[in-house]
Design a protein around this ligand. Structure first.
Ligand SMILES: [Zn+2]
Ligand SMILES: [Zn+2]
Length: 113
């Protein structure tokens, strides 16, 4: 078999996403709000997006891996251990440093861990 490197896959620009909390390292295909490979989807906030590897080509299914923290700008994954989504994405460190800026429903989740 000689099809290990399809041309369209080679030409793909990838962005390295590394979660600043857990260190998860993935290649993502897009960072922003409207992934070019999925015209239907418009995200509310810039996120690191990869094509869903299990979705048939042309379907445009996507996976969101994470986003930049709205305070410190570090990339964090969407895991509950790493970030909290409250209007925007925040890393847990920033939430812990600014507990007074967040409602109890948010800070309670952080305190538990
Ligand atoms: Zn993480
Ligand atoms: Zn942060």
């Amino acid at each position: 078999m000689d099809e290990s490197k399809p041309k369209d896959e080679c030409a793909q620009v990838t962005y390295n996403f590394k979660c600043s909390e857990c260190g998860m390292n993935e290649e993502t295909h897009y960072k922003g709000v409207s992934p070019p490979f999925s015209r239907k989807i418009q995200l509310k906030y810039p996120s690191y997006v990869m094509k869903d590897p299990f979705s048939p080509p042309g379907k445009g299914e996507i996976l969101i891996l994470g986003a930049d923290c709205a305070i410190c700008g570090k990339a964090v994954c969407i895991s509950k251990q790493c970030s909290i989504f409250y209007l925007k994405t925040y890393c847990l460190k920033c939430v812990q440093n600014s507990m007074d800026k967040f409602p109890a429903e948010v800070t309670n989740k952080v305190k538990k861990s």
